[in-house]
Ligand binder design. Structure first.
Ligand code: SF4
Length: 358
């Protein structure tokens, strides 16, 4: 493999060659290059999105997910409106800038209205200052529009893999790849900053698939990426067949960093999250993600009492910490990398802003 080129754009073969690279020195060079591209394009600020996982009730049955509908071992919960608003207020008072509302997927009227009310009330309690990202799965155009009009302005909907065949193995037959793509298109049409992402290191997923995922992000004109290594949830159909040795976990972690670095080098001005899944595999995983080109952190601000019930995968980190402990811990981690924290700022995707200027 050649060293990291200074050309404007990497070609598919070059991305693939880095994806397969195992030489540690060359990988260090790759991460260094990605970090520099981050500094040159989006700067050294890390923006927070405090994440409130407000309900683990889900109508879907994704074959890899710990809170899938048919997992009867999960204790189901929905936080009350008061509890959610309390977390949002904490986020505002601690200058987190933005928050993410995430839950299992529901499409019933009661849920849609509940979310609409939350968005309006969060906007009100923060004088319109808190940015709101939603991560609430597939919805109709009308629902997306309703939530946008209520004040949400970013939406994260992970494609999980851009390989349709693999997607179909990860999901039951009634979960359609095309529906997911159409949802991403609807979100863009409405005006959201659109985020997507993939799981990295899935059974049967190849390095070629991952390269195609990066090309997919570009083709779909995505503004933000939230992706991370696949972490096994044992009581799921995929978890039951997935290998989970120390070596496999190490490979998934390394692929996670390569994906961040190559996505940063290829797409330059988008927002990329250093996800908690990185930290689940390595105690300093999120720092490594920032050093490989990520610029967003999503600290969990879900109330401590509910965290243990919101585990999409096993051994999720920080479930015993409260929001205050998380804040102090993260601050030190980010300073250690040499980045700054964009307290009180939305930190919108530069890619989205640049499009608006055109
Ligand atoms: S991945 Fe999301 S939609 Fe699928 S089962 Fe889990 S919470 Fe539900």
């Amino acid at each position: 493999m050649s060293s990291v080129s200074n050309e404007k754009e990497l070609g598919r073969n070059e991305i693939l060659s880095f994806m397969k690279e195992e030489n540690e020195e060359k990988l260090k060079e790759l991460y260094k290059k990605a970090y520099k591209i981050k500094l040159d394009n989006v700067g050294d600020k890390v923006y927070y999105r405090g994440i409130i996982e407000f309900s683990n009730i889900c109508q879907k049955n994704c074959n890899y997910c710990g809170i899938r509908k048919s997992n009867s071992d999960v204790h189901r919960f929905t936080m009350s409106e008061e509890e959610i608003l309390e977390s949002a207020k904490w986020s505002y008072e601690n200058s987190y800038g933005s928050l993410v509302l995430q839950s299992g997927e529901r499409q019933d009227e009661e849920y849609i209205e509940f979310v609409t009310g939350l968005i309006e009330k969060i906007k009100k309690l923060s004088n319109g200052e808190l940015g709101i990202t939603l991560s609430l799965g597939e919805q109709t155009f009308e629902t997306y529009e309703k939530w946008y009009n209520a004040g949400a302005h970013r939406y994260l909907l992970r494609i999980e893999t851009s390989n349709k065949e693999l997607y179909n193995k990860l999901h039951p037959a009634d979960h359609k790849f095309e529906t997911r793509i159409n949802c991403l298109k609807d979100l863009k049409k409405i005006g959201y900053q659109v985020g997507t992402g993939v799981m990295i290191g899935l059974p049967e997923q190849t390095e070629e698939d991952l390269v195609d995922d990066i090309l997919f992000f570009k083709d779909m004109d995505i503004d933000m990426i939230g992706m991370g290594p696949y972490i096994v949830s044992e009581k799921t159909p995929i978890g039951e067949i997935a290998q989970n040795s120390k070596e496999i976990k190490k490979k998934r972690f390394e692929l996670g960093l390569k994906m961040i670095a190559l996505t940063r080098i290829y797409l330059k001005d988008i927002n990329i999250a250093a996800t908690t899944a990185l930290q689940a595999l390595n105690p300093v995983g999120r720092e490594a993600g920032l050093k490989a080109g990520a610029n967003i952190i999503m600290p969990v601000i879900t109330h401590k009492n509910y965290r243990k019930d919101y585990q999409l995968y096993d051994n999720k980190p920080c479930i015993d910490d409260n929001a205050v402990e998380c804040k102090a811990c993260l601050e030190n981690r980010i300073k250690g990398v040499g980045d700054k924290i964009g307290y009180g700022e939305w930190g919108d995707s530069l890619h989205y802003k640049n499009k608006k200027k055109m």
